[in-house]
Write a protein that binds this ligand. Structure first.
Ligand code: NAD
Length: 421
């Protein structure tokens, strides 16, 4: 797939999903038109000077889709191919995700158009600080609270927090300005692993509902970053067998199973997944279509095209990534009776634990890892149950049921706020 197709896909998919939901909910056009557009779109031009002396130009985007239920919440994506449209589509998804998982936030997202793997750590910090200075008036506990997403991590969130505090000449412990920070800076234990762990919890819940023994399942995971690597490790602890995994450089496959601990060790020592010796190399497409029971797309958007959907053998697709399935592919998978755990449910563990970080910081409390994981597990299971029951009762797909619940809450909140005179 070309980068262009990916970019068209994400906003298009988000709008189409909303339009179909609006139709099912018999939503008035004026409400649909309101929800189709974001409240605010900001484009920044950054001019950071890198360690080699070059001053470069970098585009960055912030979109706040809705804040009816609370301040905009959503990660910062750093990638050479991220566009304003991607960020708009992702911010809309965040509105539904925060609503569905039941946290008092709205939807937002940021993008920094630069490939983080092409620069050293100091230059990345410079770009992150440059973004923060430009974005400063759009960030705050009651405005927009960023977090890590593809290409950014907890180190970057620490730099954002420092840049905000430095610029204002004060400590910013009066509220939560950014989540996914290092624990020493007010971050919460278990946030880094929360999204991948939440993915695994929903897979386990789906297996129980469908009468599948997790110890007998073969799993394929696309993406070996924050979400994919943790989901793979967590599923392995439940007894599932990892048979294929990939990252942007390619994939590896072994039908007899890939030892996740050995793989982590190899990845840490060599910085490469594809050179892992106890498996065969393969393409990303082969990972998506391999002989497996559960497929976890946990890399990027629009990877499950109609071609892939026709070929995929998985019984369950657990959407670790945001918007990995194109609308045509979604229909094909539904016809094949593939059970999809939709992104706004499957990967909502990250934003749920971000909410715990937000409340912990606001109340100056400290939670233990056991408390965080228990609350994450309870919430993921409760929401899975709610979406599953609704899908069964109303004869909807899991995505349709999740969207109906999420959008309905946002409509209710928007109506409860009333209209400006
Ligand atoms: P990451 O940057 O930590 O890892 C991304 C992984 O995907 C890397 O292994 C990378 O090599 C791989 N990848 C990138 N492009 C690829 C491609 N075209 N083909 C195959 N592999 C590719 O990012 P992450 O935080 O793990 O995020 C992954 C997905 O999960 C994204 O869609 C993100 O929006 C979503 N997500 C992340 C979080 C979070 O808390 N980090 C929360 C919710 C959703």
């Amino acid at each position: 797939m070309t980068a262009n197709q990916e970019n068209v896909g994400i906003l298009h998919t988000a709008k189409l999903n909303l339009e179909q939901t609006a139709f099912r909910l018999k939503m008035p056009d004026r409400m649909l038109n309101r929800l189709l557009e974001p409240k605010e779109k900001i484009e920044l031009t950054l001019n950071p000077t890198l360690t080699d002396g070059r001053t470069i130009q970098v585009k960055a985007f912030i979109v706040k889709h809705r804040d009816s239920i609370g301040p905009a919440k959503g990660g910062i994506r750093m990638s050479s191919s991220v566009t304003m449209d991607d960020v708009q589509g992702l911010s809309m998804e965040m509105t539904w995700k925060t609503s569905l998982i039941g946290v008092p936030f709205g939807g937002g997202k940021s993008g920094i158009q630069f490939d983080p793997s092409s620069i050293n750590a100091q230059d990345k910090e410079t770009i992150i600080r440059s973004f923060t200075r430009g974005a400063m008036k759009h960030i705050g506990p009651e405005i927009y609270v960023p977090a890590p997403d593809m290409g950014t991590n907890e180190t970057d969130m620490g730099h954002i927090r420092d840049c905000l505090a430095y610029s204002w000449g004060q400590s910013i412990t009066n509220g939560c300005y950014v989540t996914g920070k290092p624990i020493i800076l007010g971050g919460i234990v278990g946030r880094k692993e929360a999204t991948g762990r939440g993915v695994a919890y929903t897979v386990l819940a789906a297996c129980k509902k469908l009468g599948i023994d997790i110890k007998q399942v073969r799993v394929a995971v696309q993406g070996f970053g924050n979400v994919g690597s943790v989901a793979a490790a967590e599923l392995a602890t439940f007894g599932a067998k990892l048979v294929a995994v990939s990252d942007v450089t390619g994939g590896i496959i072994n039908k007899d199973g890939i030892d996740i601990k050995q793989l982590f060790k190899h990845f840490k020592e060599n910085g490469s997944l594809v050179s892992y010796p106890s498996a065969n190399q393969c393409t990303n497409e082969e990972v998506l279509t391999c002989d497996c029971d559960i497929l976890v797309p946990a890399a990027t958007q629009s990877v499950i095209t109609s071609d892939i959907a026709v070929k995929t053998k998985a019984k369950i697709v657990a959407e670790g990534a945001n918007s990995p399935t194109l609308p045509d592919a979604d229909e094909i998978l539904a016809k094949k009776n593939v059970f999809i755990i939709p992104d706004i449910l499957c990967n909502a563990g990250g934003v749920f634990v971000s909410y715990l970080e937000y409340t912990q910081e606001t109340q100056r409390e400290q939670m233990t890892l056991e408390q965080v994981n228990k609350r994450l597990n309870d919430r993921m299971n409760a929401k899975f149950e709610q979406v599953f029951d609704s899908s069964q009762g109303k004869k909807l797909t899991m995505r349709q049921a999740a969207m109906d619940i999420a959008v309905n809450r946002v409509v209710e909140a928007t109506n409860a706020l009333g209209a400006l005179p």
